[in-house]
Design a binder for this molecule. Sequence first.
Ligand code: FAD
Length: 581
Amino acid sequence: MISGTHHECIYFERTGFPEDGSRNVFHHFLSLPPNSHFCYLLIMETEVLVIGSGVAGLMTALKAARFANVTIVTKKEADDTSTAKAQGGIASVLDDADRFEYHIGDTLNAGDGLCHEDVVEVIVTEGPRAIRELIDLGAHFTLGKNGDLDLGREGGHSHRRIVHSQDMTGREIQRVLLEAVRRSEKIDLLEHHTALNLVTSGSMSGQLSGPMSEDRCLGCYVHDTRSGDIIPLLARAIVLATGGAGKAYLYTSNPDVASGAGIALAYRVGADIANMEFIQFHPTCLYHPEAKSFLISEAVRGEGAVLRTVDGLAFMEKYHPMKDLAPRDIVARAIDSELKKRGDDYALLDITHKPAREIIERFPNIYRQCLEYGFDMTKEPLPIVPAAHYLCGGVLTDLEGKSSVPRLYACGETACTGLHGANRLASNSLLESLVMADRIASSIEKRWDDLVSPSRDRIPPWDPGDSVDSDENVVITHNWDEIRRTMWNYVGIVRTDRRLQRALDRIEMLKKEVEAYYWDFKVTRELIELRNLVYVSLLIIRCAMARKESRGLHYTLDYPRKNEAYRKDTVINRRQYMKKQ
Ligand SMILES: Cc1cc2nc3c(=O)[nH]c(=O)nc-3n(C[C@H](O)[C@H](O)[C@H](O)COP(=O)(O)OP(=O)(O)OC[C@H]3O[C@@H](n4cnc5c(N)ncnc54)[C@H](O)[C@@H]3O)c2cc1C
């Protein structure tokens, strides 16, 4: 049974017309006995549809619930998110010695000329209020000796301004928001429901939506993992909050859910997508088949750990005068360069020269986790690889979170607001989600009277065509693996025109295969993810090919310097791409 009442389920008899077309039936047809009279769920309707249950989705839902009924759909369990994995904290100006101008300046420096200054100003200055709201909701942040918030400092920040909950800040935010959502009578949370394709008025008439048409977003086809059904879920406003796309890469710190869905969905209906070439790589992720995404904090290098090749040679002095304490991008690039040159699978992070007691006291969590994976970091160097960590680009939005497609919003890592520019300042992403969630809800509220409910009778049910159950799931695994290796090898930390072209050719080929598979076989969550990954990978490649310079997180050997002519966002959309072909 679906708990809650904020999506209206409209049932039709299996054999023909709807009885009255619009009865409120507040439970899922699967919960009815198999021989039930009403057995075919055709359409669901809500007021605000939020896709994703990380910080961006949950906060937007809570804010929108002030004036509307909200439904959140999320792919797996509600707390399976990047948000829950965030360690460091949330950046905000809360210390007397700090100022908004300093935080703005630090953000602009990191962004390397591409931040939108108006956006930076708004997000930074609205930060303290967002933190207070979390505290009011019950978030417990670490306090200092004087009882005030303990503010940490991270790379790139000129002042102490990182609000944190020990080294598990994301888990605390996820907990407090999820509890508030579950308490709200105006929010339904549907777990194990995967957004598949957006419904637009244009897609119904066979046209593309986007700024050049009068088209608008009306909802989303949603796949229920448990039953396999695909149901159109209509809404007056739709908010994409599906997180990042780390799963496009072989190594990533992101959870499995990070497959770029929101960006792929938005692109397919013609929305503008921006700056996909800017992928932040974390230099040190444990190299271990089971520890897929376990980060070894930069603080380990801060305490004296040295990076070495597998045969024990320290290499950072070749790359930067600060050696192992060089900025994150340079360290990641140096490791990548050594791995590619030598053909090694991983490098080593060595802190064994420090007394064991000191290591265990300083890094109890990392020590314990590594031990679980079979490594005693006090006695042996840890195998590490850099890993895709954060996507600076995404669905291009304005300061109200609006995309270029009417009624479609984007929030969090899925969006590109202009805050991060070419490189994200540490701990600015949770802040961005919190501030933008509030602005999106206000924007929807302001437009509420214009956002009329979509007309149900024009929405076609999902047409499965002649598709059959696939008995070849191995194809999905193989293609997924090929995409992630191709992206890692050719569209990773160091790029060249040739590598990008090679990646483009391969992923285009995979796209044809995956699309054929998609239409021939019954849709599964894995197939939806694979298809989205193909789209997102192509967007990353095309944006990277368009930027003929090195700036921020985009580094290419063919154009190793910055070029003023490219001091602008890379904006891409389906219509423009189709015109070029
Ligand atoms: C290890 C790690 C540490 C980090 N540390 C920090 C930090 O200290 N400070 C900081 O500011 N940032 C940090 N970040 C980045 C930050 O955590 C993320 O950018 C932020 O949490 C993203 O929030 P979100 O709501 O946009 O996405 P997420 O939290 O990833 O949530 C996305 C949601 O969308 C759902 N979803 C995805 N696809 C679909 C679909 N097709 N249909 C339905 N639902 C879907 C997912 O299941 C999930 O519920 C860190 C990230 C990682 C991975």
